[in-house]
Design a protein around this ligand. Structure first.
Ligand SMILES: NC(=O)c1ccc[n+]([C@@H]2O[C@H](COP(=O)([O-])OP(=O)(O)OC[C@H]3O[C@@H](n4cnc5c(N)ncnc54)[C@H](OP(=O)(O)O)[C@@H]3O)[C@@H](O)[C@H]2O)c1
Length: 398
């Protein structure tokens, strides 16, 4: 018995020393081939030091350089970053309970706080450092991705990403255009494909309603659905009608002309509804679906984070579960499916979307581009609403 224990101990020590040697070797390689200066401990970024309105945004040249201790991560020089409504909400403290739980320990300061926090979810940029063992990318490659909300964001000179989350930037568009797609692309993909069950083979002639077609998610979702042959109806303001028809929308309903549900009720029923607006839409939208045909209503506006912020994680999660369970069962009784949709970083989706962009099936829709010094103005613009596509920040030279 003691011989076995002795043998096991020896094996264990052998394995540990092997792991240590490998880690030391990887770190040495990283230093050897490092393209960011060894002295790089700080970088330029827009940070917040507390939650609040636009005046909490602070420019600094002394933000911490991304901590690059994990073996399968890379450092990307951000050329352009995209803004989303979640940046406005997070600036005000939205989702802080849930996000604190998932935050990377390397991004928590010594006092246990997430500040200074960098916002910005989308980026397009150039790989500055990556593991040599990575088969897909090398230093200098152009990539795009969306940073998960519980990580340091892209309104910075550099961002750290897991290599598996990176996707090659489409070659046919600029970095600024590319930065307009990842977050809304991944969100729409998750809602329509993962939750909604649609794909390029089963979407032809499906009837899709996009409630709120003129913003970032809507303009992307219209194009994805049209590329796959669906029939797309959208709701938007009257002055966005032309713009959305140009993107491919088949039928446009002006929500400013009166109760929008009335003209929608006169139309043939839908196979799937993507709701980007929320509010009272749930009261009437599920009645527009084809009953007992597997039709789905997917809303991006759920109380998920409000519940955990207000009630704490255990009670908030319980409330979320109870709410969604009640709604799913209630609507199932009427023959339609009710779902909440969420953003999720998805490299495979981005690879496919990138190919669709290069094939001319999806184009970036940039509403306005701001320089890096104009980040507060970019937030102000986004906060006013009435987006026509995406707001982008040019962080460095394209
Ligand atoms: N759950 C998630 O993970 C997730 C992920 C991404 C986004 N979202 C949420 O989804 C929503 C849409 O995101 P986004 O990036 O597309 O936002 P956005 O770019 O700000 O677009 C919102 C659009 O809706 C239009 N609009 C406002 N009220 C409307 C109404 N009653 N009917 C139809 N259109 C209306 C606005 O234009 P006008 O005011 O000029 O009409 C604007 O074009 C946001 O609330 C966002 O927070 C959630």
């Amino acid at each position: 018995m003691s011989t076995v224990r002795h043998f096991m101990n020896k094996r264990c020590v052998f394995h540990l020393s092997k792991v240590k040697t490998t880690l030391l070797w990887m770190d040495k390689q990283r230093r050897l081939f490092s393209t960011t200066k060894a002295s790089n401990t700080v970088m330029s970024a827009w940070v917040i030091d507390r939650y609040g309105s636009n005046d909490v945004l602070r420019y600094t040249r002394n933000a911490s350089f991304p901590d690059y201790r994990y073996p399968l991560t890379g450092i990307i020089k951000v050329v352009a970053a995209g803004l989303n409504p979640i940046d406005i909400s997070m600036r005000g403290g939205y989702g802080v309970s849930s996000m604190s739980m998932q935050r990377d320990p390397l991004n928590i300061n010594q006092r246990g706080s997430e500040f200074p926090l960098i916002l910005g979810r989308d980026f397009s940029g150039i790989i500055m450092e990556c593991p040599l063992s990575n088969p897909d990318f090398k230093v200098g490659d152009e990539v795009w991705a969306a940073v998960s909300p519980y990580k340091q964001g892209s309104l910075a000179e550099f961002v750290m990403m897991a290599m598996v989350e990176l996707s090659p930037k489409p070659k046919s568009i600029s970095h600024a255009e590319a930065a307009s797609i990842p977050f809304v692309g991944c969100t729409a993909w998750r809602a329509l494909v993962e939750t909604g069950g649609l794909n390029e083979f089963n979407s032809a002639n499906k009837r899709i309603l996009i409630i709120g077609g003129s913003g970032g998610v809507g303009t992307f979702a219209i194009q994805l659905m049209k590329a796959w042959g669906a029939h797309v109806t959208v709701t938007c303001s009257q002055n966005a009608e032309r713009f959305l028809r140009d993107l491919g929308a088949d039928h446009v309903v002006d929500y400013t002309a009166g109760p929008v549900e009335e003209p929608l009720r006169d139309l043939e029923k839908f196979d799937l509804i993507l709701d980007n607006i929320g509010g009272d839409t749930e009261r009437w939208a599920l009645g527009l679906l084809k009953p007992w045909k597997g039709a789905k209503y997917i809303t991006l506006i759920s109380p998920f984070f409000e519940n955990t912020d207000q009630l704490g994680i255990p009670d908030g999660m319980l409330q979320n579960f109870a709410t969604v369970f009640y709604k799913v069962v209630k609507h199932l009784a009427n023959g339609v499916h009710y779902r909440w949709g969420f953003f999720q970083s998805d490299r495979i989706a981005l690879d496919i979307i990138g190919d669709m962009v290069d094939a001319g099936e999806i184009r970036p829709v940039v509403d306005e581009t701001f320089s890096f010094s104009q980040v507060p103005q970019a937030f102000e613009k986004l906060e006013k609403g009435h987006a026509r596509g995406k707001t982008v920040v040019q962080v460095s030279e394209d």
